[in-house]
Design a protein around this ligand. Structure first.
Ligand code: 5RP
Length: 225
């Protein structure tokens, strides 16, 4: 574990937790940085701040429930006031790639329904150009081999995500193909092309969905709007 990185994630989470206000419904992200946020939110709840959470993954749901945060399902949530989540990489134009933890589908559903979205991170996630992090594509299991072929026809190399020797299954029972694009690839254009392939459920491209970035850095927490 890189202690400096963890500290930056935690500091970003502490700052972002201050945006949670009484009565709000909060989209709770997934991944290590989002888990720091959920722990901060849990502390606030225990201190008397009342809000509801809607989780972007089973893991986050379990963590939030263990901290006593009341959770809503998609049928009860209705309005989501604020979503706070981590990213795998993000550029200056607030275009992000997410899904390293496999929760991209729910993350996108919740972020796209939220009135306000905050991405939280350590400084290693801030990049000049998207494409460093493997780009996730969620596919239904039946469609996966066909999508794999189509991505190969684009000249890219899709790699089936595996966990414990078996194809990784998302919370929605789908597979993930990861693509390591070239450094100068046009990620938004590639994402648009891939998104249209039958069998693809969602991609990890989150184009300008957030209104604010909260990044822990070596010179303190930076909030960018
Ligand atoms: C999960 C995600 C995460 O937000 C992303 O992978 C960042 O994770 P971490 O905070 O652990 O670096 O998109 O699907």
């Amino acid at each position: 574990m890189n202690r400096k990185k963890e500290q930056q994630k935690q500091q970003a989470a502490q700052t972002a937790a201050n945006y949670i206000k009484e009565g709000m419904t909060i989209g709770l992200g997934s991944g290590t940085t989002a888990h720091y946020l959920i722990r901060e939110a849990g502390k606030k709840y225990a201190q008397g701040l009342h809000f509801y959470g809607i989780a972007t993954s089973r893991e986050s749901e379990q963590l939030a429930a263990s901290l006593g945060i009341p959770l809503l399902g998609p049928k009860q949530a209705g309005k989501i006031h604020l979503a706070i989540d981590g990213v795998d990489e993000i550029d200056r134009d607030f275009r992000a790639v997410k899904g390293g933890g496999g929760a991209l589908l729910r993350e996108k559903i919740i972020a796209s329904r939220a009135d306000d979205v905050i991405w939280i991170m350590d400084e290693s996630k801030l990049v000049e150009h998207l494409g460093t992090f493997p780009f996730p594509v969620e596919t239904v299991p039946f469609g996966m081999p066909f999508v794999k072929l189509r991505i190969r026809e684009m000249g890219e190399v899709p790699v089936l995500r595996v966990r414990n020797g078996s194809p990784y299954l998302t919370d929605s029972g789908n597979h993930i193909l990861d693509i390591q694009f070239a450094q100068d690839a046009d990620i938004p254009a590639a994402a648009e092309r891939i998104r249209k392939m039958p069998g693809v459920v969602e991609t990890g491209y989150f184009g300008q969905m957030c209104s604010r970035i909260v990044a822990g850095t070596s010179s303190g927490v930076k909030v960018m709007e």
